[in-house]
Design a protein around this ligand. Structure first.
Ligand SMILES: [Zn+2]
Length: 449
């Protein structure tokens, strides 16, 4: 892939939601150079944008930092609609694990491309991704091509209780993870990074969890796992370790700024205190928690305690969309019946979807807001449709409560335009559709669904 252009490209004419420290909203033109935001130039009194040499016309559009989804499983995109209306334990054991075990490098590749295409077209520019046990190399290959910013990792499952098709000896799992980290952490000019991804505490031995905590420390990689998703999971961990799950994870080094824990639906006051004190990232996945009936995560309580929170769609079979706008809207809505309409206001939801996600990826100094010096990960939305009107309504409200993925017009990652006028430029959508469908058909046949 060519390195980002050293020639300036101007995004002109947009209203810009910066998400900078003072949350400025400006009429400004944005200069992008070498993959970075080189200038944010307010337009008032500065003449017309047509004087710019290379431009991407954003007249009448809303420019926001690209959304960051900090919990995704691209390897599950082909399973969409194959595991509906099941509790988590059946969802995993009867559908997801057999399907993951049936993956080939080819099906992982098309699953990743299909998911990444949906994410980019919907305004998500960066993800934290948990792959399956095998063929993670193929997912990285797809991500390298399509241009999404991704921190991804092979799923680690070394406990004796795991299904035979996915269980791995501890040493082999750790060695492959280390090899993948050496190959991909920092690849594509830093756009791709590695995460160590133990599936969840019950699927891993204590020595593996300690080893990946050390490996993450050594390499600067993120730790990505699931935690406290259901009472059954909490009970399993309690029985095996004598500890509450969040405390146990902390005791083996899965905590702190480097760790991103998906769900934490059943975190109690003690666990919330631990998460806050350690600066551990919690990744809230409201659609997934609703669809699997897991519960409603105590996100306002976590925020009040000082926890770091990001958002994510989780995998396609438990959502079934990978739509960052949907997760923002739901994150705000689902707390209100429990705590009242003031719980988790729109501005906070937008913050979790941008700055919160950037922090969960360890990239808070590089992405998450539109500021000079940050990477140019930008999304231009057209809210001129009836559902986005009236235009004078509060812009943050329009973005969180009214906007949808289909409103996305242009998307840039690392200064490269990957979606223009709603069209994906970095991959052939027709080919992805055909190949992904063929791969999904084969998986269904192998698993007998
Ligand atoms: Zn998940």
């Amino acid at each position: 892939m060519p390195s980002p252009s050293s020639r300036s490209l101007w995004l002109t004419g947009a209203r810009v939601v910066t998400m900078d420290a003072s949350r400025r909203v400006l009429d400004a033109d944005i200069e992008v150079r070498n993959g970075l935001i080189a200038a944010v130039r307010p337009r008032a009194g500065r003449g017309r944008a047509c004087t710019r040499p290379r431009t991407l016309d954003c007249n009448g559009l809303i420019l926001i930092p690209g959304l960051v989804q900090a919990h995704i499983h691209l390897c599950q995109t082909l399973f969409r609609g194959l595991a509906d209306d099941l509790a988590l334990e059946d969802w995993l054991a009867k559908r997801i694990w057999p399907l993951e075990a049936a993956h080939t490098p080819d099906s992982i590749y098309w699953s990743a491309l299909l998911g990444a295409a949906e994410l980019l077209l919907g305004g998500t520019t960066a993800i934290l991704d948990m792959e399956t046990v095998r063929h993670t190399e193929a997912a990285f290959g797809a991500l390298e091509e399509i241009g999404l910013r991704a921190t991804a990792g092979k799923c680690l499952m070394d406990a004796a209780t795991n299904p035979a098709g996915l269980r791995e000896p501890t040493d082999r799992a750790l060695q492959e993870a280390a090899d993948l980290c050496a190959r991909w952490h920092g690849a594509a000019d830093g756009r791709l990074r590695y995460c160590f991804a133990p599936r969840f505490a019950p699927s891993c031995t204590g020595p593996l969890l300690r080893a990946v905590s050390d490996a993450a420390e050594r390499t600067g990689a993120v730790l990505h796992t699931h935690a406290a998703e259901t009472p059954v999971e909490l009970e399993l961990v309690k029985r095996a370790t004598g500890q509450d799950e969040i405390a146990y994870l902390e005791s083996v080094g899965i905590s702190g700024a480097r760790a991103a824990l998906a769900h934490c639906v059943w975190a109690d006051q003690d666990a919330i205190g631990r998460l806050a004190r350690a600066g551990t990232n919690v990744v809230h996945c409201p659609s997934s928690n609703l669809k699997l009936g897991s519960g409603i995560a105590p996100i306002p309580e976590m925020l009040a305690a000082g926890c770091h929170v990001a958002l994510g769609a989780d995998g396609a079979p438990c959502n079934n969309r990978l739509d960052g706008f949907e997760e923002m809207r739901l994150a705000a809505l689902i707390q209100k019946p429990r705590l009242g309409p003031e719980a988790l206001p729109a501005a906070k939801a937008l913050e979790l979807a941008t700055l919160g996600g950037a922090r969960a990826l360890g990239l808070e100094h590089e992405i998450g807001s539109i500021e000079v010096g940050k990477r140019a990960d930008l999304v231009a939305l057209d809210l001129s449709g009836p559902h986005g009107q009236p235009a004078e309504a509060d812009l943050v409200s329009r973005l969180v409560y009214a906007a949808r993925a289909a409103d996305v017009r242009h998307v840039m990652v690392d200064g490269r335009v990957v979606v223009r006028s709603g069209r994906l430029l970095t991959a052939d959508l027709e080919e992805i559709r055909a190949k992904a469908n063929a791969a999904a058909r084969r998986l269904r046949r192998v698993v007998g669904l």
